[in-house]
Design a protein around this ligand. Structure first.
Ligand code: SPV
Ligand code: MG
Length: 553
């Protein structure tokens, strides 16, 4: 299970009792962290034991009332957050009556099913090192605390269990039975008998006496055992003897501590970590255990797959080399375009060329090459549309003879419109340099003169017309040669193309089909950019691009 596990606190509290009612017993394993809780959750054990020894040890601290209740509650929360099984909490001494009231309430609110408190005085010592008679609580004071806990709890589904430490403290069986009677009389739901002998002898001796005592009192609380030292006896044997709840109290901590030591030694001795691989979980297994793979799965469902078409079939440079292959700062133009597209996460890139052989080197970049040969006047549009099967999802179409930055691409693909073309309105200010016919754009609504001075990156304007023969003064901007189409935009593009063909039109530019689409009532938006791109036609253009790139790096 992971953080995605669903279990409301109320349902979890009652789940221990339900297991006991159904199966007659419950067997649990220790956890001291979210990750170890996940291990218990995956195992066949019925519940999680949240141990004071291992919670302290996991923090590098001794089990001697040093780790505070607040810290323990934090670990408990961490485990509950990633598990669904019931949890029994080791409540140590429970503190004084008020501390115990507080603890019972907090644990119930968290959805813990039971707390075990031991008849020792604060600050306690761990049962396997240091519990002596002097550390034992007066049984009457302890019984009073137990009844306070029983009065405090809000539901009978939450169990309060009294833990007998008298055998460990060397007070003998008689004192143990006397204490057991007082604790049962205080109304507790369970009695835990603890022993630190290597053999189960004390437990085997205690159980029939306990049954006898319960018959005398007329009420038999659950009986709990923790077979850590006397672990030659099996769970089944303990259950057959009369134990209801068995706790394997510290084994995951001991296992992980040993494994950490071994791995640390192995890596330092080997001078590398390869040798340790076979003894440790893979990162992938760890990812899966904590639910990270679910996050990745959802991420990939959310990611929009965008492909790019680079139209390079018609571009010849001055020296008859396709412009896409002309080098800028040591790399062909096509490589620069591919790099920019990859920077914004576009991996599926198709380049339409008129001679596959010339482009062989570009193939190493991972882009797909498609050869297309149409007469000059149809080349651009028809070659783009010949990549039909790549025009399905979100698609970016770009001319092959421009260099553009990733800001232009990322702004276009993150717009929520179906068709957006990138335009530059600064052409007016350098139009005296222009020696070729620009692809100009007019808007449906004229921008106010003030607006010209406040260009914003993501401002969209509806396009009314595109053309090489638009009046330079009345046009608003220049088409850069990069356009984004959503799946709906692509559908409109394809339908418009087939309509155009049926009509037998001879037009073959991208701006021609955009104009056709506008006439068909399809909305084309323009997004204005102020620079960030260069068109590469002449040797001078390439030289200028090289200079600009050098400035950038
Ligand atoms: C614990 O696990 O913290 C316990 C059980 O209290 S024992 O260590 O056996 O005392
Ligand atoms: Mg403990």
């Amino acid at each position: 299970m992971t953080f995605e596990s669903k279990k409301l606190p109320g349902d979890r509290i009652s789940s221990l009792k339900k297991i006991l009612d159904k199966k007659g017993n419950a067997i649990g394993l220790e956890a001291h962290s979210g990750l170890s809780g996940i291990v218990v959750e995956k195992s066949a054990f019925d519940f999680v034991w949240e141990s004071s020894l291992t919670d302290s040890a996991s923090k590098g601290l001794p089990d001697a009332s040093i780790v505070s209740n607040e810290s323990r509650l934090h670990t408990i929360e961490e485990i509950l957050n990633v598990t669904t099984k019931p949890m029994i909490v080791d409540g140590d001494t429970g503190g004084d009556e008020d501390n115990f009231r507080f603890l019972v309430k907090r644990l119930e609110n968290q959805g813990v099913s039971a707390v075990i408190v031991e008849d020792k005085i604060f600050p306690k010592r761990n049962s396997f090192g240091g519990t002596v008679g002097a550390g034992m609580e007066d049984p009457d004071i302890f019984s009073k605390k137990l009844s306070v806990g029983m009065e405090t709890k809000s539901t009978s589904d939450f169990l309060i269990i009294a833990r007998l430490e008298s055998l460990i403290a060397g007070l003998g069986m008689k004192e143990t039975m006397s204490r057991a009677e007082k604790y049962i009389d205080s109304g507790v739901d369970g009695i835990m008998i603890h022993s630190k002998l290597k053999t189960p002898d004390e437990i085997i001796e205690f159980i029939p006496k306990y049954e006898q005592l319960c018959s005398k009192i007329g009420r038999r609380p659950y009986l709990i055992a923790v077979p850590t030292t006397y672990n030659s006896i099996s769970d089944k044997e303990l259950i057959d003897l009369g134990v209801d709840i068995i706790i394997h109290a510290n084994h995951l901590s001991r296992a992980s501590f040993q494994s950490m030591l071994d791995t640390a030694n192995l890596i330092s001795e080997s001078g590398r970590s390869l040798e340790s691989d076979e003894n440790i979980a893979t990162v992938k297994e760890l990812f899966a255990a904590v639910g990270y793979d679910k996050i990745l799965e959802r991420d990939s469902e959310k990611t929009t797959n965008i492909s790019a078409i680079i139209a390079s079939a018609g571009n010849q440079s001055d020296d008859e080399k396709p412009r896409s292959l002309v080098s800028i700062s040591g790399k062909p133009l096509a490589h620069h375009q591919i790099e920019t597209l990859r920077k914004v996460g576009i991996e599926d890139i198709v380049i339409i060329v008129n001679d596959l052989d010339k482009f062989k080197d570009i193939e190493n970049s991972g882009a797909k090459l498609i050869e297309s040969n149409f007469p000059e006047e149809k080349k651009l549009l028809h070659s783009i549309m010949s990549a039909d099967k790549y025009l399905s999802e979100h698609t970016l179409i770009t001319y092959g003879d421009i260099l553009f930055n990733e800001k232009i691409v990322s702004s276009l693909i993150s717009s929520n419109e179906d068709i957006v073309i990138a335009v530059d309105s600064s052409y007016r200010y350098h139009k005296h340099n222009v020696d070729k016919k620009l692809e100009l754009v007019s808007y449906s609504e004229k921008k106010s003169p003030n607006n010209r001075r406040q260009l914003r990156m993501s401002e969209l304007y509806e396009v009314s017309k595109l053309g090489k023969n638009l009046d330079l003064e009345s046009a608003e901007a220049e088409f850069i040669g990069v356009a984004y189409f959503s799946p709906k935009g692509i559908k409109d593009l394809k339908e418009s193309f087939s309509k155009m063909n049926k009509m037998g039109t001879s037009e073959g530019l991208l701006i021609d089909i955009l104009n056709f689409m506008i006439k068909e009532g399809i909305k084309i938006n323009s997004m204005e950019f102020d620079g960030g791109w260069i068109e590469l036609h002449t040797k001078d253009d390439f030289k200028m691009a090289e200079e600009e790139l050098n400035l950038e790096y």
